[in-house]
Design a protein around this ligand. Structure first.
Ligand SMILES: Cc1cc2nc3c(=O)[nH]c(=O)nc-3n(C[C@H](O)[C@H](O)[C@H](O)COP(=O)(O)O)c2cc1C
Length: 172
């Protein structure tokens, strides 16, 4: 899929079929996460790939907006590894870029995805840490539901000239 088309047609998918995602596609998606830009190329991420259905089904109990996880074929928890952070407080931006790369890679492969916010919600972070045995130095950042589409969403128009300021604020 061409890049501009992938960006404009990606939507959050929240219903999935039972079909599994092939391992090589999951590896490709994770690889794209690692190709994200990061401050000083610090790459402060770690990824937890979750395919255990029992674990996926438990996630809605700890994240109130994650009902789709019980249907997902896989989940990726993007984490900040503070020990890899060379540029203070930039890791949030780095891991956001990695998350978006993952969503776009999945979409390009015909796989549906949805970004679920974790950081900075303490309860979600604590419970995910507990469930996935994540050490204290690692910060659970975002959770991505992945699965084969069982809904098709239309492209929406989002261009808004009012949000573009030409040269100075307020000049459109
Ligand atoms: C930081 C962040 C947190 C989000 N958290 C959730 C969430 O907890 N549950 C959910 O269903 N969608 C979540 N989303 C997805 C948004 O609802 C979605 O991106 C937005 O409605 C725009 O729709 P689109 O992704 O189809 O373009 C989140 C998105 C972002 C960027």
């Amino acid at each position: 899929m061409e890049t501009i088309e992938a960006i404009k047609t990606r939507r959050s998918i929240r219903t999935f079929s039972d079909e599994m995602i092939p391992e090589e596609q999951l590896t490709q998606i994770l690889t794209c996460g690692m190709y994200a830009p990061s401050a000083g190329n610090q790459q402060p991420w770690q990824f937890i790939l979750i395919q255990d259905k029992q674990v996926l089904r438990k996630i809605p109990d700890i994240h109130e907006h994650a009902h789709m996880m019980s249907m997902a074929s896989a989940g990726i928890l993007v984490c900040i590894d503070s020990s890899l952070e060379k540029h203070k407080n930039m890791a949030v931006q780095d891991c956001s870029a990695a998350t978006q790369n993952i969503l776009l890679a999945a979409h390009a492969l015909g796989i549906g995805s949805c970004w679920l916010g974790v950081y900075p919600r303490e309860k979600r972070m604590t419970e995910l840490r507990k469930m996935l045995r994540i050490p204290d130095s690692i910060i659970p950042f975002s959770l991505i539901a992945l699965g084969i589409y069982s809904e098709k969403k239309e492209q929406v128009e989002r261009f808004n000239i009012q949000r573009i300021h030409t040269e100075i604020w307020g000049q459109h």
